[in-house]
Design a protein around this ligand. Structure first.
Ligand SMILES: [Zn+2]
Length: 233
């Protein structure tokens, strides 16, 4: 696949489809693959991880045409992204809202900064899968039927792959981030847990604690390869 010259990378050269609406009525957008969807890559299910959206957008802008095999969601939580919050506009951490066997109604505690204690309380939702963004992502996956999903997060600096898959090992090697089997704490109601229950392999690609500019320099070449080369399975 040919890549665009830098001067043309200001915009994404093809249009997305809406796969639903956020709580505030914003579009949930997917840039579809040209052929059958083997892989879905999504960013910013946590609205305060904007560097994942920037890096994935710059990746799409390298391409002249849709990826042959990979569908892309730049912001799974657009309301959080525009408000700068981890949660959606209703204060729900979407990555604890998926309808899993272990979903919990307890508040989700997260760190204000990476070195702070877990003290900021967010909601996991009124019930499993209560949020429109969660429901829409599940419907999208049921429609696309990808063979695997890569979820972009920050800033834990690792590739989390409970399946130790070829894709996870490739991403770890290519990005230089360590491969880990879990993030070291329970994540009830997370996307990864839900996908595991559906037997859908998920690799969580956690950028490090780096600037958006560094995220682009370090991660975009890896993501361009992921979108343009046959996937490692
Ligand atoms: Zn995250």
């Amino acid at each position: 696949m040919s890549l665009r010259v830098r001067q043309e990378q200001g915009t994404i050269p093809w249009e997305p489809d809406a796969y639903g609406q956020s709580h505030l009525g914003g579009p949930l957008e997917v840039w579809r693959s040209a052929g059958p969807c083997q892989l879905l890559v999504f960013a910013a299910i946590h609205g305060d991880e904007a560097e994942t959206t920037t890096a994935l957008s710059k990746t799409l802008r390298h391409l002249t045409n849709p990826s042959p095999h990979c569908a892309v969601v730049l912001a799974a939580n657009p309301d959080g992204l525009i408000r700068g919050t981890r949660a959606n506009a209703r204060g729900v951490d979407l990555n604890r809202n998926f309808p899993t066997k272990d979903w919990q109604s307890d508040p989700v505690l997260h760190r204000y900064t990476l070195d702070a204690p877990r003290e900021v309380a967010l909601s996991p939702g009124d019930s499993p899968g209560s949020e429109s963004e969660t429901q829409a992502l599940i419907r999208l996956i049921q429609e696309l039927k990808p063979e695997a999903v890569v979820a972009l997060h920050a800033p834990l600096a690792c590739v989390d792959d409970p399946n130790d898959s070829k894709l996870g090992r490739w991403l770890s090697k290519r990005s230089g981030l360590p491969l880990v089997p879990d993030v070291g704490y329970p994540t009830p109601g997370s996307f990864g847990t839900w996908a595991g229950e559906q037997r859908l392999p998920v690799v969580t690609y956690e950028f490090g604690l780096i600037t958006p500019d560094e995220a682009v320099r370090k991660q975009v070449p890896v993501l361009v390869e992921l979108l343009t080369q046959p996937i490692q399975q």
